[in-house]
Design a protein around this ligand. Structure first.
Ligand code: GN1
Ligand code: MG
Length: 364
């Protein structure tokens, strides 16, 4: 798109919100892999503009409906909660459809808030875990089946495993040959799948309002480094708590991210693990059933393994889902996650022992 076409597009979207300022500055923002995000600065204030990836979210209206349901419930039951939802357009819409361009929405930039791209201290992990726990706890009275499933079978690891097997059968043959070793490694963790299947049969494992994307950049912090609330509700759906706790382990425990190519830097930071237990359990201790509590450590294995499967599946499928910024990008991400999984499992006995402790005794 030319700069002119691009700026006409922004202007036409902003017009729908009555934002007709002459000098609007638009900059690419954040590092999400699925939606596109920009920061919009007008002389008056700042906004976040997002284009929803409608290949991944093929019914964007479902996201809008879920967000409205959650907003209404929180407003009635927990009016003090800071809820950040999209701004409604002048015609009362949560999203704007632009012919040939897709669905767009705008969020306000919460004054004095900031988000983070990496977890640098145990306190940040604690604050974030507490907010994700709080989110599920505050919504515990809302029947999660009222939410529409925005991505069917999103965290169904049995399905992800089947998709992996299909990519081995039908995917790119030369990539498969080169990835043989990693493929074998990932085929060897079937116990993680069996445990998941046990969970799905356990009636004490509750389907809860689950965020499904608990990375640190989805938490807003204030100037005093206290977390205020969670954001990005696109994948809020009925789910198991292991998705939220597991994705925190996946993204907070190591000083590296899934993009790191030097695997010698991948490590599990015990203090950050304790911080996740402490923050999440402070909110959810009385909500989790005994069956669920037993699977706290398993959460990390579940999410890291599923992400490794998803990245390697995409590599074998020629990067159709995540895209690739360099050749072999999704292979590197998958191998990175496999290393992280190995590192986490090495510490299973020690880390699993923290969870029986009272949150207040877990001083990081
Ligand atoms: C995607 O777009 P982003 O970065 O928020 C993905 C998550 C993965 C993550 C891996 C809808 O999230 O499930 O964990 O990439 N979201 C979707 O970085 O597939
Ligand atoms: Mg997301």
């Amino acid at each position: 798109m030319t700069i002119q076409a691009c700026s006409n597009l922004y202007q036409s979207i902003l017009n729908e919100y009555g934002l007709k300022e002459e000098s609007v500055e638009v900059q690419v923002f954040g590092s999400g892999l699925i939606n596109s995000t920009w920061k919009v600065t007008t002389p008056e204030r700042e906004y976040i503009l997002q284009r929803i990836n409608d290949t991944v979210f093929n019914q964007p209206e479902d996201i809008a409906n879920n967000v409205s349901l959650i907003a209404c419930y929180l407003k009635e039951q927990h009016p003090d909660y800071t809820f950040v939802g999209p701004i409604t357009s002048e015609n009362g819409k949560q999203m704007i459809y632009e012919e040939g361009e897709g669905f767009f929405r705008i969020y306000p930039f919460v004054a004095g808030s900031h988000s983070k791209n990496a977890v640098e201290t145990p306190n940040q992990a604690y604050e974030a875990a507490r907010q994700f726990g709080k989110f599920t706890r505050l919504l515990a009275g809302m029947d999660s089946v009222n939410l529409t499933i925005t991505i069917p079978f999103f965290h169904d690891i049995s399905l992800r495993y089947k998709q992996f097997l299909t990519s081995i059968d039908n995917g790119n043959k030369s990539r498969l040959r080169e990835a043989r070793c990693l493929v074998q490694t990932l085929l060897s963790y079937t116990d993680i799948i069996s445990e998941y299947e046990r969970i799905t049969r356990d009636t004490e494992f509750k389907k809860r309002v689950t965020h499904h994307d608990t990375k640190i950049s989805n938490v807003l912090f204030n100037e005093n480094e206290k977390a205020i609330c969670v954001i990005d509700l696109d994948t809020v759906m009925p789910g198991y708590f292991i998705s939220d706790v597991g994705d925190m382990m996946r993204t907070y425990l190591s000083p590296t991210t899934e993009e790191e190519k030097d695997f010698s830097l991948i490590a599990i930071r015990d203090e950050f693990y304790k911080a996740i237990v402490k923050g999440y359990c402070q909110e959810m201790k009385n909500e989790l059933t005994p069956s669920e509590s037993k699977y706290f450590f398993y959460s990390g294995k579940f999410m890291i393994y599923m992400q490794a499967l998803r990245f390697l599946t995409d590599h074998l499928n020629n990067d159709i889902y995540y895209g690739a910024k360099y050749p072999g990008h999704n292979y590197v991400r998958a191998a990175n996650q496999a290393k992280l999984l190995e590192k986490l499992i090495e510490k299973e006995v020690l880390l699993a022992s923290y969870q029986g402790e009272e949150p207040d005794d877990l001083n990081q």
